[in-house]
Design a protein. Structure first.
Length: 325
């Protein structure tokens, strides 16, 4: 008789289990793991592409330049001016510092409006470029910046009294546009009037940091002084007479008085001076003219000169940065 199989030994009839395929999509949601073949690959690629576009700023990302966003405009930042090893964080700090500066900055422009700024026989590009430069400068102000504008030739005229930029913006722009070359260059008279402007404004706005930006393209001259000129010191291109340095209109002493004025925090008013020099017209007075313009400035770092009117916008841009240091 055949042997009976022990009841304790059971025949294994179950099919062997198939090993699970390991998914290469372990880092994606479970639904993706269950997808097979090309469909999963396309979905993965789609997610990667969409994510990349999101982080890049869209299908056509905007290319940003190194600028500081300022209320009313943008100021270009020279990458070379950043500290070595500068990071985005340091750039942001500089941006914030600039914004805070313009909120408490007070600037009066004292601009030469004399005949040499584009009158008969002179280069009209002088006045055109000055207008462009000052307009670009003003766009970097915040609403709470203080601004004033005074022009001078034979007489000195306060075109825009000190006030908040948000209130003066329209009148300031109109005054700049309306500038046109007049006659003489009565610099001392202009500085004396400007001194009164600043003394009143410092009292009215004690928490502001005050700056005076003085621009001129020539010597202080008057009709009486020009009549007394000798041919040895005349403008070689002047057909209507001589142009001579009038010491009675030298503004240096008045500029020193302005520098001594302090705001409510004890900070002195700073003076920036810009000289647009014409070697062919002003060479006879070059020494006196440059000495005057340098002496008027608070120090040598606040004095600028050029012989090219096209440089004015860049020079004014340098000054707005210095206003904020």
């Amino acid at each position: 008789m055949p042997k009976k199989t022990s009841s304790r030994v059971k025949k294994n009839t179950a099919q062997p289990k198939k090993a699970k395929k390991s998914s290469s999509l372990w880092f994606f949601p479970s639904r993706l793991k269950n997808l097979k073949g090309d469909a999963a690959i396309y979905i993965v690629l789609g997610i990667i592409v969409i994510g990349g576009l999101f982080f890049a700023g869209g299908l056509f990302p905007r290319v940003k330049t190194d600028t500081m966003d300022i209320e009313g405009g943008e100021a270009q930042i020279d990458p070379n001016s950043l500290p070595k090893g500068g990071s985005k964080e340091s750039l942001q700090l500089q941006t914030l510092k600039f914004k805070r500066c313009t909120e408490v900055a007070a600037v009066e422009f004292l601009l030469d409006n004399s005949g040499s700024m584009g009158g008969p026989g002179f280069d009209p590009a002088k006045m055109d470029n000055l207008k462009t430069a000052v307009s670009a400068f003003s766009e970097k102000f915040s609403d709470t910046s203080l601004v004033a504008l005074r022009t001078f030739s034979v007489s000195s005229n306060l075109k825009v009294p000190f006030g908040y930029y948000k209130d003066n913006k329209s009148s300031f722009g109109s005054a700049i546009s309306a500038m046109s070359p007049q006659t003489g260059t009565y610099q001392k008279n202009a500085f004396e009037a400007t001194k009164s402007d600043l003394e009143s404004a410092v009292t009215k706005y004690p928490k502001y940091d005050f700056n005076l930006i003085f621009f001129s393209d020539g010597i202080p001259e008057t009709l009486d002084a020009n009549r007394a000129c000798t041919e040895a010191v005349c403008d070689p291109k002047s057909s209507g007479g001589c142009r001579c340095f009038d010491p009675n209109q030298d503004p240096t002493s008045t500029a020193s008085q302005i520098k001594a004025i302090k705001n409510g925090s004890g900070s002195n008013i700073r003076i920036f001076s810009i000289l647009l020099f014409d070697p062919s017209r002003d060479s006879f007075a070059e020494s006196n003219l440059k000495t005057l313009m340098k002496s008027v400035a608070t120090d040598s770092s606040m004095y600028f000169e050029t012989t090219d009117p096209k440089d004015l916008e860049a020079l004014f841009d340098l000054i707005i940065r210095k206003v904020c240091t």
